[in-house]
Write a protein that binds this ligand. Structure first.
Ligand code: GLU
Length: 291
């Protein structure tokens, strides 16, 4: 049985970009007769506004998505992360981001490579916990884009899996949940391709089968950057407030995904789904915001 999931973070509003990713994730699972889980990734509590989770769930339902399990919130699952954490054999690290920048200058907003400062000499006070990465290239096959080869040790090195044993980081929480929920297919934005390699290392460490991966090309602004406010207002709540029908919203993101439709419910597209889809990122020019 195929099990897919929608894993929104309630840290920003649902917009055209996330909806396109969720449409692919949902269609891929449903077209195989699979189950869908809705998991709200709300661990970064300081970035989650009151009511954001409820709004997200309500908007997804309005768009015509459904799910068999959930919404499950990650903040309700802290006991599980805590119980699994020792299995990672992570080690404490006292380095701050500033320390790392100094030790290994890097370009742009890429994560600096961790030089292994605390690996052999555990500090008395930990700022984070890191996973030991052995040298070597890791390969996986993506449902859309084929083979990827990533050198985790050479790019980020030992990466952070928790701030403390009680406070898991994204990489660990996602893998812990996907294993516990029996997820067999992970479909998400292509900005997470580097994370996939890290997460596969965690599956191996935890002795769990690795799911299939499909990374959806992001919707970006004309500057090539991930969709943001300065590009225009692509929030689902705005279209809805203006009286745009949900079928128009799904129709637009489906059209940018190679479907020949103007208005549709997700369920209308199930029989027409395959992974033979455009591989380019979608550039949201101002005219494309008008639905
Ligand atoms: N919560 C993440 C996001 O909204 C997705 C994480 C995942 O699918 O693994 O980008």
């Amino acid at each position: 049985m195929v099990v897919g999931r929608l894993a929104p973070s309630p840290t920003g509003s649902l917009h055209l970009g996330n909806v396109r990713t969720f449409l692919w994730a949902w269609l891929s699972a449903r077209s195989q007769g699979g189950r869908v889980i809705l998991r709200i990734e709300d661990l970064e509590t300081n970035r989650v506004k009151p009511g954001a989770c409820e709004r997200l769930v309500e908007e997804l339902a309005w768009l015509g998505f459904d799910w068999d399990e959930g919404p499950v919130r990650q903040t309700e699952r802290r006991d599980r992360y805590r119980a699994l954490f020792p299995k990672l054999d992570a080690y404490p690290c006292a380095c701050s981001r500033a320390d790392l920048e100094q030790a290994a200058p890097h370009e742009g907003d890429a994560e600096p490579r961790y030089p292994g400062t605390c690996r052999e000499h555990p500090p008395p006070v930990a700022r984070s916990w890191r996973f030991r990465v052995e040298p070597g290239v890791l390969a996986f096959d993506d449902l859309l884009s084929g083979r990827h080869e990533i050198d985790v040790a050479g790019t980020v090195g030992d990466f952070v899996v928790a701030k403390s044993p009680d406070d898991p980081a994204y990489q660990f929480a996602v893998v812990a949940d996907d294993i516990a929920m029996g997820v067999t297919e992970v479909v998400r934005g292509d900005d997470l391709i580097p994370s996939t390699a890290r997460q596969i290392l965690l599956y191996r460490k935890l002795g769990a089968p690795v799911p299939a991966y499909g990374h959806v090309p992001l919707v970006v602004g004309p500057d090539g950057k991930r969709l943001a406010k300065r590009h225009g207002d692509g929030r689902i709540s705005t279209y809805r407030a203006r009286g745009v029908a949900p079928e128009r919203v799904i129709g637009a993101v489906a059209r940018w995904s190679g479907f020949d439709v103007t208005a549709a419910r997700p369920a209308d597209l199930v029989g027409r789904w395959s992974w033979d889809r455009p591989r380019e990122r979608v550039v949201l020019t101002p005219d494309r915001f008008r639905l």
